[in-house]
Design a protein around this ligand. Structure first.
Ligand code: TEU
Length: 561
């Protein structure tokens, strides 16, 4: 029998930006509890909560200093218990974010590890300077690795004349998973959360936990003479072993817990090897491949090129085919690290914002896998529209800006790339209503509320049967009702068409046909290249069906006769 999460739709909450209950301008857990009916109305089954643990908030909680407590910014353990109870009583589950590749540099483990004689020294990756180099001088870092957040991946510690590895910010030192005590500490922590009522985990950059030793230089591809090629650090030789051990020790498969591993650079074959039920590792993984189709030859996210629809279709299809028999897909166009999909892939102008947000949703939600809705995506929320670097908060954005400027980049070009791709696009406050702070807070929001909240907000969307919200509700309902949506075989149609995204789903003699116009102009449906629509019934569409042509950003789900 298929596991329960094959029928589930997940809603991601970025707590800092969801709802503020106490007027400090930062979202919190009581704020979430106050909005659970919004989630029930949408019909989602699972909430993935981005980190709420104690943290210095260098990376908004992805730098954890205490895995067993809630940060006072977000509330208390009692608030979390209330959230779990509130979700469970509405038939929903809670998945916690699990950030175990690194801790905060303020975690007591790391503080202890700064002492060379501490047993905790070996919990992190401390290394001497490159041979023949004076420690702490330029070029003396142990390897030439750049961090995912720009600049060297090594931080020099003058007290011991050694460096520690941080694949993300210097305040996020990487743990040494070779050390069994590290692994056991993590499994214990996970068991404690499960005992508290948590239903599973979203595992941050989990394919970085096993490193390939010895750590060696890679090919230089950064303007600063560093190597930014992640292939050096992903999918290390003990990854399968560690994931299997974690699964066993925490009882993930045994207790039917939810698990999704975020995996940088993962391909469909690797994903299958991690999500095949027989492997007893993970339920599903998050790929980045389809998020890179609008990156240029460098592969870097800031190197923006226009979307070429056939490339996106080819990639999504490759994953649909690759995980058709064994393994399972996660389906997403947005999360807290990605810009808003309606601004990125759709048309966020007044004429087509609603239709394009709906059509992106149709396209994603009829695929096979577990769909994820990121807060505000169900409203068709847009990018932030910031024009000044001072409006941004995200450390990835700010570090990139500073580094790129010092490498001689053109400021106007940088600002354009940042406006399109910055993570802050997804992190502006949730738009609940048309009041000045969008109903998010009574105080000063930590990040500017997007001005279009007077139009784009939950209250307006719920009141309007033609809204993006009600389209999501209908898509989620369709998945819950129809086995063919959950388990049907996928086939891509018209792979080379630059405007149409069409595919079929088949289960026994039941066939669904999805046709979606990903463009701001009408497109005729090429009847001769599609299955016959004679007697077909439209299960859900974005427009009144008037002809065989698709209007700009129109999509339809047909049940074929
Ligand atoms: O993201 C991993 C990751 O690869 C991102 O840094 C990604 O490269 C970037 O955001 C794309 O713009 C996870 C979390 O989702 C992210 O929020 C954290 O900052 C990061 O890990 C470190 O924990």
């Amino acid at each position: 029998m298929a596991p329960w999460w094959h029928s589930a739709v997940v809603y991601q909450i970025y707590p800092r930006s969801f709802a503020d209950s106490d007027g400090d301008g930062i979202g919190d857990i009581p704020g979430i509890v106050a909005h659970l009916d919004h989630l029930s109305a949408l019909g989602v089954d699972v909430v993935w909560l981005s980190p709420v643990y104690r943290s210095p908030m260098d990376d908004n909680g992805y730098d954890i200093s205490d895995y067993s407590d809630v940060d006072p910014l977000f509330g208390t353990l009692a608030d979390l218990d209330a959230l779990i109870a509130g979700l469970h009583s509405r038939g929903m589950k809670l998945v916690m974010d699990l950030v175990v590749n690194h801790t905060s540099d303020e975690h007591p483990w790391f503080v202890e590890s700064r002492d060379t004689s501490s047993p905790k020294r070996d919990w992190y990756l401390w290394r001497a300077a490159r041979e023949g180099h004076e420690p702490g001088t330029p070029g003396a870092a142990p390897t030439n690795w750049g961090s995912f957040f720009s600049g060297s991946g090594w931080q020099f510690d003058p007290a011991t004349s050694q460096y520690y590895l941080h694949l993300f910010s210097p305040k996020q030192p990487d743990l040494n998973w070779e050390n069994p005590a590290v692994r056991q500490a993590m499994y214990q922590m996970m068991r404690d959360w499960v005992d508290r009522g948590v239903d599973g985990f979203r595992m941050d950059v989990i394919n970085l936990i096993s490193k390939t030793y010895p750590l060696t230089d890679g090919p230089v591809n950064g303007p600063d003479g560093l190597c930014y090629d992640p292939s050096l650090v992903v999918e290390g030789p003990r990854l399968h072993e560690f994931l299997q051990e974690m699964n066993r020790e925490v009882g993930i498969s045994a207790n039917d817990l939810f698990s999704v591993g975020e995996m940088i650079l993962v391909n469909a074959d690797q994903a299958r090897s991690h999500t095949d039920a027989a492997a007893r590792e993970l339920g599903m993984v998050f790929t980045f491949e389809h998020m890179n189709v609008d990156s240029g030859p460098t592969g870097l996210k800031w190197d923006v090129i226009p979307l070429h629809l056939p490339a996106l279709k080819a990639n999504l299809a490759q994953w649909q085919y690759g995980l058709a028999e064994r393994g399972w897909n996660s389906l997403y166009f947005e999360n807290h690290d990605q810009p808003r999909s309606v601004s990125r892939f759709g048309d966020d102008g007044p004429e087509f914002r609603v239709a394009s947000a709906k059509t992106l949703a149709t396209t994603l939600h009829l695929l096979k896998g577990t769909p994820y809705v990121y807060q505000g995506q169900e409203l068709g929320m847009t990018n932030a529209g910031f024009t000044d670097i001072g409006q941004y908060n995200d450390l990835e954005t700010l570090r990139f800006y500073t580094e790129a400027l010092s490498d001689g980049a053109d400021p106007a070009e940088l600002m354009a790339a940042i406006a399109f791709k910055s993570r802050d696009n997804a992190r502006t406050p949730m738009q609940w209503d048309a009041t000045p702070k969008a109903g998010f807070t009574t105080g000063e929001p930590w990040l500017r509320v997007t001005p279009n909240h007077d139009q784009v907000n939950a209250a307006a969307a719920i009141a309007d049967p033609g809204s993006v919200f009600h389209h999501y509700r209908a898509l989620i309902d369709l998945r819950h009702r129809l086995e063919v949506v959950r388990q049907g075989r996928f086939a891509l149609l018209l792979p080379d068409d630059e405007h149409l995204f069409c595919y079929s789903r088949t289960l026994g003699d039941e066939v669904l046909l999805v046709v979606a116009n990903w463009s701001s102009a009408p497109v005729p449906l090429p009847a001769s290249d599609l299955p016959s629509l004679d007697g077909a019934q439209v299960l859900l569409g974005t427009h009144e069906v008037t002809s065989g042509d698709l209007a700009a950003w129109e999509s339809r789900i047909y049940k074929l006769a």
